[in-house]
Write a protein that binds this ligand. Structure first.
Ligand code: SF4
Ligand code: SF4
Length: 324
């Protein structure tokens, strides 16, 4: 049975930003949909039974639907699952009073830590004044906070905090190669929207050369995976793969090639097996790919058209990736 440790609960995929490195390909172009109280309760009950005692909450941007965030935390409280921290881009901190009000509500629900994302990717969408105000409000309310990552905050402080900044402006502050340098320094998991960065960082090679017969070990790792608003497990560092929570915990059905033609192959024969499945359907073995995950994503995009299965989802992820 898979063991879930250090996991996160995603309350939605929608976001106010569209960061270049976003693993979940989140953006403001998606449907306004968030986790429902019923789904949240169902997922949390299963997680509790599976021995999960704490989770962080993220998205998408969880503060986009504050009611659903609050309901999710109430449900976690019912099942005695602690909130490790809530991840946010802090866009909602445009005035001190509303920031304090929201943090006060969260503190009363037992939340003790919020995390604001600050880096050269987020700053294209969220002015620095917002996370800074969140930190100030958190100090006033007496709730813990941290900035991810502090070193980027220090580097970005010379910029006007009241507006967002373009790639060109960031190049003059951080250097011509700041996008790739930041991705490397961050240790960005090169998946989701960051695949476009991977394609600039690594040489492109034909799919048939990139394919590996090594089974993908991330799928069932269980550490740092996420459970999304639909109740599906998204493996750690991976995206665009949806595994129903109960089946993830059981593991065995995921190896059934009839039910899970994509997962079963990735779990046993790696991307080589997936390529061998997709080629007779018309996938081109010469398709240029940067990495194994890039190849996996490209085959899955192809299969969504030719042989769709629920494991290749959710739809909103592929729609928000917008053909990357
Ligand atoms: S990285 Fe965070 S803030 Fe940026 S698009 Fe993704 S969810 Fe939104
Ligand atoms: S190879 Fe595929 S399933 Fe495995 S981590 Fe990469 S994208 Fe995810």
């Amino acid at each position: 049975m898979a063991r879930i440790v250090g996991a996160g609960l995603m309350t939605g995929y929608l976001c106010t930003a569209q960061c270049r490195h976003c693993l979940y390909g989140c953006s403001y172009h998606g449907k306004k949909e968030f986790i429902t109280p019923k789904k949240g309760d169902e997922v949390l009950r299963i997680l509790k039974d599976a021995g999960v005692y704490s989770l962080h909450i993220g998205g998408g941007e969880p503060f986009l639907d504050f009611d659903s965030l609050v309901e999710t935390i109430r449900s976690m409280n019912r099942y005695h699952i602690a909130v490790d921290y809530i991840e946010t881009n802090a866009y909602w901190c445009y005035d001190k009073k509303s920031a304090v009000d929201k943090l006060t509500v969260l503190k009363k629900l037992g939340v003790d830590t919020v995390m604001a994302s600050v880096d050269p990717f987020h700053i294209e969408y969220v002015p620095l004044s917002r996370p800074l105000l969140m930190c100030e409000a958190a100090r006033e309310v007496g709730i813990g906070y941290f900035v991810w990552q502090d070193r980027f905050l220090r580097r970005l402080l010379p910029l006007d905090p009241n507006r967002v900044h373009t790639e060109e402006e960031l190049k003059s502050l951080l250097g011509e190669n700041y996008l790739l340098d930041t991705a490397k320094e961050y240790g960005v998991g090169m998946n989701g929207r960051a695949l476009s960065l991977a394609r600039k960082l690594y040489p492109l090679r034909p799919a048939k050369e990139v394919a590996s017969k090594k089974p993908c070990s991330r799928i069932l790792r269980g550490q740092h995976c996420h459970i999304d608003m639909y109740g599906n497990v998204i493996p750690a560092g991976c995206t665009g793969i949806s595994i129903p929570l109960t089946e993830y915990l059981e593991e065995t059905s995921l190896f059934d090639p009839e039910q899970y033609p994509v997962l079963s192959r990735l779990l046993t024969e790696g991307t080589k097996g997936l390529l061998a499945y997709a080629q007779p359907l018309g996938f081109d073995g010469e398709t240029p790919c940067a990495t194994n995950c890039d190849l996996c994503y490209r085959i899955r995009c192809f299969l969504r058209e030719k042989a769709p299965t629920p494991e290749v989802g959710p739809d909103c992820f592929y729609e928000m990736m917008n053909g990357i």
